[in-house]
Design a protein around this ligand. Structure first.
Ligand code: ATP
Ligand code: MG
Length: 310
């Protein structure tokens, strides 16, 4: 049996709760991530992906719900040493490689920050040595240590972000759109780097992306998010072969294929939530249609999907 490393239970994140400006960025989502797997989280801009990542690593308190890491509640009150331990195990690679690195700090100090906080090096020599090792791990070199973030390209900055996350030997990394800001030619390089690191270090990933084109190659299972809710969750192959929620179908229809004949006939299916025609008393729940394949749907839709997949 696969071991659950992370359990997200009915998590909610409402910004400006109770005010007219309230935003329900996450509205009751539940999923597990198994040790050693890559869980892809996809959905269009503003659906709550980054907020999910940030709430999991405690950058925000949750409005409601719970996150368990290795069986231990992330948001419950903790001692300083427990918080520190959790911060070492969970790291995040941030979405924007331009904004997420302090422009006034040298790469050496950016990467070494975690080493310092967690007391992982004894002296300046060891500190530098460890940073150089990390730079080499992500395909950069020791000359880069004494430069500032603005001296790097987007892809290189993302590598610095990866080195910074790796510095403290984490088990679990949240990679928030680590490749969206990069040229297509560089995207595959960064994805391959993340995969190699996963194999080598046995890492678990939450990999966030806004479309379904790249996550396919890196994810074991994928969750699809729409306006703060998970609408579908399935093993990656299954999701591509048998998408059940109309929003997932719409996302899939948006992926271009390198086949000109197919491309000419490809029709992007728009998604209109009104087309469900849910009644007032209908319970819209996350239901398991086939083993491991969940869809947010009504009882009636559930029965129709069941019939369709048999
Ligand atoms: N700190 C905040 N205060 C208020 N509202 C916020 C805050 N952070 C995010 N939001 C809102 O919450 C919603 C979800 O934002 P989030 O950044 O999680 O989306 P996302 O799925 O990561 O989008 P993108 O693909 O553009 O990165 C949006 O409506 C956003 O405006
Ligand atoms: Mg985001």
């Amino acid at each position: 049996m696969a071991e659950k490393l992370l359990e997200v239970k009915n998590l909610k994140q409402y910004f400006n709760e109770g005010k007219s400006s309230e935003v329900r960025a996450i509205d009751g989502i539940s999923f597990d991530i198994y040790r050693g797997e890559t869980f892809g989280l996809v959905g269009e801009s503003g659906c709550g992906k980054s907020t999910t990542g940030r709430t999991i690593i405690r950058l925000y308190d949750a409005t409601d719900g719970e996150v368990l890491y290795d069986g231990v509640s992330v948001h419950a009150n903790k001692s300083k040493s427990e918080v520190k331990e959790l911060n070492q195990k969970m790291q995040m690679i941030f979405q924007d490689p331009y904004a997420s690195l302090n422009p006034r700090m040298k790469v050496l100090d950016i990467i070494a920050e975690g080493l310092d906080i967690h007391g992982l090096v004894k002296n300046a020599k060891e500190r530098k040595q460890k940073v150089v090792e990390l730079l080499e791990t992500v395909g950069l070199n020791k000359e880069h240590a004494d430069r500032y973030p603005h001296e790097f390209s987007g892809g290189q900055r993302q590598r610095i972000g990866i080195a910074r996350a790796l510095a403290v030997n984490p088990e679990f990394i949240i990679a928030d759109e680590p490749i969206s800001a990069l040229d297509v030619s560089i995207q595959a390089q960064v994805v391959n780097l993340l995969r190699d690191l996963q194999k080598e270090k046995g890492l678990t990933y939450l990999f966030i992306a806004h479309d379904l084109s790249m996550v396919k190659y890196i994810s074991d299972r994928i969750g699809v998010m729409y306006f703060g809710k998970l609408v579908e969750l399935a093993p990656a192959d299954e999701l591509y072969k048998n998408p059940l929620h109309p929003y997932t179908k719409s996302l899939l229809s948006a992926i271009p294929l390198p086949d000109p004949i197919y491309e000419r006939s490809r029709v992007r299916q728009p998604y209109d939530p009104k087309k469900h025609h849910y009644g007032e008393n209908e319970k819209i729940e996350f239901r398991e249609v086939t083993p491991g394949h969940f869809v947010l749907c009504s009882e009636k839709e559930f029965k129709e999907m069941k019939a369709q997949v048999q």
